[in-house]
Design a protein around this ligand. Structure first.
Ligand code: MN
Length: 293
């Protein structure tokens, strides 16, 4: 059974644009080795937005060298990017956007959600790409809740939504560049479940709501991340309360990480090049996309 390496929490919220009141749960600056291939995690909300004619969000900005994965728990996010990708994700949907060689995008609340108002809760992960794939073409996967297998845990203990990878023989729909397991786990208070994962992979448990106890005894509460050791191929969770848990697993990418702002590459030279390419319009823009149509 995997042991707990450490757990951490961040209760400081900051705004990303005017749409996302986030707690940054980890970044590659502090956790690179322990959490690879994941680079960053922002947890937005849960927060109640009043009805508004103004659509909140983050205006046009670039990315290069990795993927942004947005999980909509409550509320709506509308996305469009300069490679032509775009769509609206709603509660239960996932947007898996591969920035790779570079694009500019905007991330806004859905128009209907803005007008209606309501509870908003999202997770955004940044997932690293191996060096050989950092300069491939951008890709957009809009994954609907109905595309995500929903697998019951034993004894009516809850269920697992398999977003990426494999849980108990059920494969998730997300296409990934390296092996990743991303599971949205819901557990009912008083129930336990043991999860099998590949030995040697990164494994971390993030609790969005409720409280779980690890098989090794430690209790993990709301907005807390538990990073498990890579050794071993099982971990057990016992729900002390009804719990909403995100499992992050994957094969570590053992390559240098050099990042600055919206770019994550392998060297400083590549970061400088990313700024030049963005400034010279080589990551595209919406105007340019419109002209090309
Ligand atoms: Mn972005």
């Amino acid at each position: 059974m995997k042991k707990l390496l450490f757990s951490q929490q961040n209760n400081q919220r900051h705004w990303v644009g005017d749409g996302f009141p986030v707690r940054t749960i980890f970044t590659y600056n502090d956790l690179a080795k322990d959490i690879s291939p994941f680079l960053l995690m922002d947890y937005a909300g849960p927060v109640e937005f009043p009805p508004s004619k103004h659509v909140r969000g983050v205006e046009e900005h670039p990315h290069r060298g990795f993927e942004t994965v947005t999980l909509a728990y409550q509320g709506e996010v509308a996305h469009r990017d300069s490679s032509g990708g775009g769509g609206l994700i709603k509660s239960g949907d996932v947007q898996w956007m591969t920035a790779a060689s570079g694009l500019v995008h905007e991330e806004m609340h859905g128009k209907e959600f803005s007008e209606r108002g309501g509870l908003f809760e999202m997770v955004q992960l940044w997932v690293n790409l191996p060096k050989k794939d950092k300069m491939t073409s951008p890709r957009y996967q809009g994954i609907q809740a109905t595309d995500i297998p929903n697998v019951n845990l034993p004894d009516n203990g809850g269920y697992v939504r398999v977003i990426a990878g494999d849980y108990d023989g059920h494969r998730g729909p997300a296409k990934t560049f390296t092996p990743i397991n991303l599971w949205d786990i819901r557990m009912t208070a008083g129930h336990s479940a043991t999860f099998k994962v590949p030995a040697g992979h990164t494994a971390a448990v993030f609790v969005l709501g409720g409280k779980v106890q690890l098989g090794t005894g430690e209790t993990i509460g709301e907005a807390e991340l538990a990073v498990l050791e890579k050794e071993g191929d099982t971990f057990t969770l016992s729900a002390r309360q009804d719990a909403k848990v995100l499992f992050l697993g994957g094969e570590p990418i053992d390559e240098p990480i050099v990042g600055y702002g919206p770019f994550v590459m392998n060297s400083i030279g590549e970061i400088k090049q990313a700024f030049i390419d963005f400034q010279e319009g080589r990551m595209g823009s919406f105007e340019r996309t419109a002209e090309n149509k």
